[in-house]
Ligand binder design. Structure first.
Ligand code: FUB
Length: 314
């Protein structure tokens, strides 16, 4: 896409087409800081295409922040799901007290327009929802992001405004998961931490910042294994960990995508047309960290299920 800036692409196949649910980056003049205040997005546009490399359609405004009753500012990385003959758009946005929660909006069409519920999902917090449908028909939401994503302020599912980032020797903050209720608008259980461990089965410390979770969860299944994938944030990698249950624990395996141009890196992985695809973003079009553009490239697995690391070039 070159007519708008897009980022954080969550790709899905609905009705035989690829739909991409991205953030819509705009320049609103907010200065850059470590909390990502410059990511000051105000609406979502859904992209669609019939084939990778084919024409991409921008389906216009799918949801505007003005139509989310509880929203304050910063519409960040969304995701989507289909169930109950309805399309659900899940989105993080700060409420009027500047605290991130996750909201849901519905539509009869994958490209929207979407109508937001009047309150955020009860018990939700932080950013970057990823909704995964398991083979048994159960849906799970993975979420969370540290620093500007505020996950460090949530302990035992309670908000504490005084909590700062973890110190290097402290345990790394973990992503979160909750199964969704059949109406897709509530959590069916208390939010749990997702254990991400190294090969020695030990959890990471904050100083292991080339492997510990930062933000951008994405879950998929390949050959019966669960692949929990995420961004390492300040070390700018997309990495993956595998496990045998949707709740984990997940054992770190390696790098999917080496750092790209721009500070953030955020992705999704789908199978389409008999191949696997990595959707991601960089800042090739603008050279500015908050004006990003979505990209796609093929992802290759080795026979043992490991992923071949990609180094992007343009
Ligand atoms: O787009 C805003 C934020 O930047 C996302 O929520 C993060 O994942 C990072 O890409």
């Amino acid at each position: 896409m070159t007519n708008i800036y897009t980022a954080d692409p969550s790709a899905h196949v609905f009705n035989g087409r690829i739909y991409i649910y991205p953030s819509h980056d705009t320049a609103t003049g907010i200065p850059e800081d470590d909390l990502g205040s410059h990511f000051d997005m105000r609406d979502y546009h859904i992209l669609s295409m019939d084939s990778v490399g084919g024409k991409v359609t921008d389906n216009g405004v799918a949801l505007d922040i003005r139509n989310i009753p509880w929203a304050g500012r910063q519409l960040w990385a969304p995701d989507a799901a289909f169930a109950n003959n309805t399309y659900y758009l899940y989105f993080p946005v700060k409420d009027k007290k500047d605290i991130f929660h996750i909201g849901v909006a519905t539509s009869q069409k994958p490209e929207g327009p979407f109508v937001a519920e009047k309150d955020p999902i009860t018990g939700s917090y932080s950013i970057d929802p990823c909704v995964f449908k398991d083979d048994d028909g159960k849906y799970y939401m993975y979420f969370g992001g540290i620093w500007g994503g505020q996950l460090q302020k949530w302990n035992n599912n309670r908000y504490d405004s005084t909590k700062g980032n973890r110190k290097p020797d402290e345990p790394a903050i973990l992503p979160r998961v909750a199964r969704l209720s059949p109406d897709m608008k509530h959590f069916a259980e208390a939010v749990k931490e997702v254990q991400v461990v190294g090969g020695d089965n030990k959890p990471y410390s904050e100083k292991d910042n080339d492997r510990r979770f930062f933000e951008g969860s994405w879950m998929f299944k390949y050959q019966g294994k669960y692949y929990f994938t995420y961004s390492t944030g300040d070390t700018h990698r997309l990495v993956y960990a595998t496990g045998s249950s949707p709740y984990g624990p997940f054992t770190y395996q390696g790098v999917i995508l080496n750092p790209v141009e721009g500070w953030t890196t955020h992705h999704s992985i789908i199978s389409f047309g008999g191949k696997w695809w990595l959707f991601y973003h960089d800042t090739q079009l603008s050279g500015k960290t908050f004006l990003r553009n979505v990209k796609v490239t093929e992802l290759h697995f080795n026979p043992d299920g490991s992923i071949q690391t990609i180094t992007a070039q343009h």
